[in-house]
Write a protein that binds this ligand. Structure first.
Ligand code: ADP
Ligand code: MG
Length: 444
């Protein structure tokens, strides 16, 4: 079975470390790529517990990183040799630890955050909250598209309260972690510990709260956590990829709670802000890059700061392998000719579909066969066939290693349904328009 070159694996791990530092654990260095076949990168972990952690939290991170390093569509799958039970017994010691906050990224401080028209309010509110938690904007709700700096701002608040000593007991977690803790606490009869942990903090910071919409009982529990903290004037800070009212299936009473403090959006950064961010990131990483290249990259990548940073890292790596400097020619070569670079990607398709149908990429790539998952999965496959030039095998591989006949079947099913179902047809037209518009925006 084809193996992966060690340097490519290093690239993938490096990418995960840069893009998702909060997920990285010490034992990641022991992970091994087992095979790359049929669009699936199989990664071997030491035990079922690690597999569970990776499955729950890291699938998207590894998938994105593998795609970036390999330049092709792949999805990541995790496995271990040990066949464990359900992992719960072991997790008593290692898994569920309600005392642990996510690790903060040392670079995500206010000093490294470039302020521009798109994020001025969110930034100012974050600074105010860090200086006096619980007294100004409570809750603070920050929302914006992916890669625009929500996590950076949330972590900057945590760093700042640590530095200023304005908050003794901060809990910073992802929404997934909250929900997993909750489920685990229910299963193991540890609700008392759970409530103690979440309701005794001085500041609760939860990233990507939009996922709460998916789980009714977690919402119920969070509602009570929220009220307890709020009544005690403890600070609550939340982020999401959309405004409270736009979070699918979020209960009305939570929407109104979230709206009761300050809701600040982060919008696309303008050209000047993008250039300033590249300058800042280059300085942080000690990458030497001229103004012409900065301008070129900022013009090229408009909608996502993470991609901006990714482009810089790519240029740096390339200049090292070539033994030269980063110049305009290199940048043009690396970021590709306009058409290829701006073609609609499967990632963009996944973005619009997951949002429209309130599902996650991890679900689309999973083995789940409930209609609420299979339908959006088929829509993705259909759009990938219609709008990209990837082969059936590649598309199938990306969506959880399905074979080409599955993709073919999905395409047929949706084509047929589209003709008969006006509502579905409308949805598809919207999605296609959104994808095309996105492309025009980038081109213009
Ligand atoms: P989100 O959580 O909104 O998806 P992140 O906070 O992870 O986005 O930001 C993605 C990357 O972009 C991070 O490396 C972050 O440091 C960087 N970034 C975003 N906004 C800014 C900004 N205004 N100044 C500097 N870096 C930024
Ligand atoms: Mg984030």
């Amino acid at each position: 079975m084809p193996a992966l070159q060690p340097s490519v694996w290093e690239d993938i791990l490096g990418h995960v470390r840069v893009q998702h530092p909060e997920l990285v654990r010490g034992w990641f260095s022991q992970l091994e790529p087992r095979s790359l076949y049929g669009g699936i990168l199989r990664i071997r972990a030491q035990n079922p517990l690690q597999v569970r952690y990776l499955d729950d939290l890291c699938r998207v991170a590894f998938t994105e990183s593998a795609q970036a390093a390999l330049g092709q569509l792949v999805s990541a799958a995790f496995e271990s040799d040990e066949v464990g039970g359900n992992g719960h017994a072991a997790s008593k010691d290692e898994g569920f630890d309600p005392t642990v906050s996510l690790q903060l990224n040392n670079d995500y401080v206010f000093d490294n955050f470039v302020v521009g028209p798109g994020n001025r309010l969110a930034h100012a509110a974050s600074v105010a909250v860090a200086e006096a938690p619980g007294t100004t904007y409570n809750p603070l709700f920050v929302h914006g598209d992916v890669g625009l700096g929500k996590t950076h701002l949330l972590q900057a608040i945590c760093h700042e309260t640590n530095r200023l000593g304005t908050c003794a007991n901060t809990l910073y977690i992802s929404c997934e972690t909250f929900m997993n803790h909750y489920i685990e606490a229910v299963e193991r009869g540890m609700m008392k510990e759970f409530r103690y942990r979440y309701r005794e903090v001085d500041m609760l910071v939860i990233d990507d709260i939009q996922f709460l919409g998916e789980r009714e009982r977690s919402q119920e529990e969070f509602f009570h956590t929220f009220n307890t903290l709020h009544q005690a004037q403890k600070q609550i800070i939340l982020s999401a990829d959309c405004s409270p009212a736009e979070i699918p299936s979020l209960e009305g009473r939570l929407v109104s709670r979230f709206n009761s403090g300050l809701v600040a959006s982060i919008d696309m950064p303008c050209m000047e802000t993008r250039m300033a961010i590249i300058r800042k990131k280059a300085r942080l990483r000690c990458i030497e890059v001229g103004e012409d290249v900065i301008k070129f990259v900022a013009e090229r990548i408009e909608s996502n700061i993470r991609d901006l940073e990714g482009a810089l890292v790519k240029l740096d790596a390339l200049s090292h392998t070539r033994g030269g400097k980063i110049d305009l020619a290199l940048a043009q070569e690396a970021l590709g000719p306009a058409d290829v670079h701006h073609a609609i990607t499967v990632q963009q398709i996944v973005d619009v579909v997951t949002r429209r149908f309130s599902v996650r990429l991890a679900d689309l790539q999973s083995k789940k066969r409930t209609k609420s998952i299979t339908h959006p999965r088929q829509v993705c496959m259909y759009l990938a066939r219609e709008l990209t030039s990837h082969s059936l095998e590649e598309v199938g591989g990306f969506f959880g290693g399905r074979d080409h006949t599955t993709v073919l079947h999905a395409h047929r099913a949706i084509s047929t349904a589209r003709g008969a179902d006006a509502k579905l047809n409308g949805i598809l037209e919207d999605l296609i328009q959104a994808l095309r518009q996105r492309r025009v925006e980038v081109n213009s």
